[in-house]
Design a protein around this ligand. Structure first.
Ligand SMILES: Nc1ncnc2c1ncn2[C@@H]1O[C@H](COP(=O)(O)OP(=O)(O)O)[C@@H](O)[C@H]1O
Ligand SMILES: N[C@@H](CCC(=O)OP(=O)(O)O)C(=O)O
Length: 267
């Protein structure tokens, strides 16, 4: 029944993790980016509003520069993000263009959405892009974001960022595409017997405790930040779904109400 409600959802935020758009630490997965551009363009052209939050600046930067270890120094991480973000947008631009779909880049820092005037400006520019049928592609502005004592500019991870973006634009649904099928009773990398959970109505301590670890050194949050993102969505009376980014065209079935991934939805 709940899955059927997804059919009516109009404004969708899709977040893809680093592991979804990278085949290995050194290889960008062009087939995946192509499929993603195809499915998001089709959904947009069928009448829904689509916002993409994409990770990958640091990972793509590392791959561009032939670096296979996550750098320790913040300025080195930021240098990789500076290289990778523009390369990544170049890839998205080419693939979306193939499907006749315009995209736009938005890079955000935490202070921008904390401060009411700049938050309002971001909301207005997002609305203007959506009204023109453009797909905004959003990432944290990793090149400038650092945590200072009295000035927080970092979101920290894109699960958090995407749930904040979904709140900003009052999205109906946030879809997190990851390297797992959804939330399991335990990290399936640690326990292959762990079971996929299809639906979560409320988040309590037992749900938080299911999360441990992350997929690769270039990804940031792991399952813990996805559950916090779900909490934020439920508090806003919106829904969130975690699914595998292996085949992004699964989004067609998800939006038809098929039982795929883990749906977080009240009631
Ligand atoms: N209970 C759980 N269910 C599923 N995955 C989990 C769980 N606990 C931890 N994980 C880890 O979370 C990872 C997905 O998060 P992450 O590595 O941040 O991916 P992404 O780059 O897609 O954001 C999985 O690869 C898995 O190792
Ligand atoms: N802003 C960073 C992404 C950080 C992040 O949250 O990564 P992931 O866990 O793969 O979604 C980047 O673009 O590399």
């Amino acid at each position: 029944m709940k899955r059927q409600a997804i059919k009516e959802m109009q404004r969708i935020v899709i977040k893809v993790g680093t592991n979804t758009i990278m085949k290995t630490v050194s290889d960008v997965d062009f087939r995946k980016i192509d499929r993603l551009a195809f499915v998001l363009s089709a959904i947009r052209q069928e009448g829904r509003e689509v916002i993409l939050v994409s990770s990958g600046a640091v990972g793509v930067g590392a791959s561009t520069l032939g670096i296979d270890e996550y750098p320790k120094a913040i300025e080195d991480q930021q240098a990789l993000a500076a290289v990778g973000q523009s390369v990544l947008m170049g890839h998205y631009g080419r693939f979306f263009n193939h499907y006749n779909q315009q995209v736009a880049q938005i890079l955000l820092t935490r202070d921008v959405v904390d401060f009411p005037t700049s938050k309002h400006n971001v909301q207005r520019s997002l609305e203007s892009l959506l009204a023109r049928g453009i797909i905004p592609i959003i990432n944290e502005n990793d090149v400038v974001a650092v945590d200072e004592l009295n000035h927080q500019t970092k979101f920290g991870d894109n699960d958090t960022l995407s749930s904040i973006v979904a709140g900003l634009c009052e999205a109906d649904l946030l879809v997190l595409m990851s390297d797992v099928e959804g939330l399991y009773t335990e990290n399936p990398q640690d326990n292959p017997e762990a079971e996929l959970i299809s639906e979560v109505k409320a988040i309590d301590e037992s749900i938080h405790e299911m999360a441990s670890g992350k997929g690769s050194e270039f990804s940031t949050g792991g399952m813990a930040t996805k559950i916090k993102a779900a909490e934020r969505m439920l508090n806003n009376d919106s829904a969130m779904l975690i699914t595998s980014g292996d085949d992004p065209t699964c989004l067609f079935q998800i939006l038809e109400g098929d039982q795929i991934g883990t749906l977080f939805m009240k009631g």
